[in-house]
Write a protein that binds this ligand. Sequence first.
Ligand SMILES: [Mg+2]
Length: 274
Amino acid sequence: MADPWQECMDYAVILARQAGEMIREALKNEMDVMIKSSPADLVTVTDQKVEKMLMSSIKEKYPCHSFIGEESVAAGEKTVFTEQPTWVIDPIDGTTNFVHRFPFVAVSIGFLVNKEMEFGIVYSCVEDKMYTGRKGKGAFCNGQKLQVSQQEDITKSLLVTELGSSRKPETLRIVLSNMEKLCSVPVHGIRSVGTAAVNMCLVATGGADAYYEMGIHCWDMAGAGIIVTEAGGVLMDVTGEIMPPQSMQGSLLCGSLQNQTLADGDSGVASATT
Ligand SMILES: [Mg+2]
């Protein structure tokens, strides 16, 4: 049987490249930076322009589909997952990187049907790396098949996480205390690339063994989630429960193997509300 969603996926790859071109062009110019939920939660006109381009292009081709976009939600639209084919868009994941020209900036497009992830695209546009995952067909980066590390021993692991954008003292305390506990396990190291989508793709490549973050949104992980699972990894909340796609928010842990949970009593990762 022909794959009913392949055409959508091919179109998403074309649009992600176009979006990447817009972002790379914008990096050459001066930027107007605005603030969202905290002084460290930034947005630019380019975030809004890229989302508008992606949304209007997809709506024109697939008018019956549903949409969730980071900047549309910021502008007041609701995040509602239905059974409908649904596109989940983060036009720029890593806006702070974009503002500082730190070279990890991604366009993330996820696609769900009946609340199941069908495909995901993450285009790390400065590096020109196109990550894709299609249900049952594997995950790839620039055509190379991806496989998670299969590291089961946390003391031999390299982790990725983010400090997050909250600057509330109690949230920061929890975030830093989690890092301290993990360093004391000890793990080999902790890295932050500055974009959830690229962090997750790094787990899919095997370059990192696990990624965790508190206060993640559905658009941060809708594209990369299936790239991780198709590379052999798992998505969980930090209590170790497998994460259903429609609850894609809150706390996320993704890793190469399920028994690699960081949320057991020994490591004691706590959840912070941001
Ligand atoms: Mg964004």
